[in-house]
Design a protein around this ligand. Structure first.
Ligand SMILES: [Zn+2]
Length: 113
């Protein structure tokens, strides 16, 4: 059997690499070294400046695709900067958590038989 090292490598880097919303966030070190990095919303930074946004919990989320997307969904600064079709395209991007949810077993309704 032939193993294609290159394709395995590229899959690997893809998986552990950035999520789809990295371009909208600035990564800052978290206060807790064990925690995820802070992803500070760039739209919020442009509105409030970095030093304000990085210490305002309504401007940053832990660096997870799902949480970043949730922030952009409700972020008024993001809404102002991007037009509707851009927002739709960005917010429809998938996150790793989407796949996890789908593969997870649903509620067991066996008792209702
Ligand atoms: Zn924001």
């Amino acid at each position: 059997m032939v193993v294609h090292c290159h394709s395995i490598l590229s899959i690997h880097t893809k998986m552990k690499g950035k999520h789809n919303f990295r371009e909208f966030f600035y990564l800052a070190a978290s206060d807790n070294p064990k925690a995820n990095k802070k992803a500070v919303c760039l739209s919020c930074i442009r509105k409030h400046t970095l030093s304000v946004a990085v210490s305002d919990p309504s401007c940053f989320v832990p660096n997870k695709g799902l949480l970043c997307r949730n922030h952009l969904r409700k972020c008024v600064n993001f809404e102002i900067e991007y037009n509707e079709s851009e927002q739709q395209e960005i917010l429809s991007r998938s996150v790793a958590e989407d796949k996890k949810k789908k593969s997870k077993k649903g509620k067991n309704t066996g008792m209702l038989n």
